[in-house]
Every structure is written in C-alpha cells, then in structure tokens.
Design a protein around this ligand. Sequence first.
Ligand code: FES
Length: 107
Amino acid sequence: MGVRMNEHIAPPTLRIEPQGWCVPLPAGLTLLEAALQAGVRLPRSCRNGTCRACLCRCVSGTVHYKVEWPGLSAEEKAQGWTLPCVALADGDVVIAAPGALNATTVP
Ligand code: FES
C-alpha cells in the first residue's frame, strides 16, 4: 500500500476534426509525428516545414515551431493556420484536417 507519486502527468492531446480522433501528444513530437504514432495519417510531404502539404487550421490551442522559419506568413499564423510537421504543442490542440486518414484503429 504505497503512495503513488504523481510523477508522470498525462501528455496533452491532439484532436483531429472533423473526425473527432484524439491522440496523445508526447513531449518532443510534432503534431504530425504524434498523429502518425497513433495511426492517423495527416497529409504531408517534406516534413520540414517548407512544402505546405500538411497546412491545416489550428482550431484550438497554441503551438510553437521547431524550425525558425516555417513556411507560414505572420498573417497565416495569426489566422490560425499551422504546419503540423514542424509544430510542437503548448498544450491540448485541436486541428481541422479533413484529409486525415485512420491508418489503424483510432479510439
Ligand atoms: S509536410 Fe511539408 S510543410 Fe509540412
């Protein structure tokens, strides 16, 4: 009967709309990597923030980027557009990615 220390806080989640799929966002993984790890295939190509194949809207939550100049204008960022291949979540995030596919079984 030990006391469990709450050392591991549950990771934030990424919800993908309109499908409503939720996947965990482990620290250090981009939105794209976290989705792929959970079996959700988001549109993508270069994976380095330049081609914009993954461009989608961030409906809720905030992100920061692992590259200095992701292929987004300041105006696009302000409008909520994001590039999941280089975006790291600051907490729970909801994106609108109608092109996402369920590669396996997503709860
Ligand atoms: S996959 Fe190319 S910008 Fe995201």
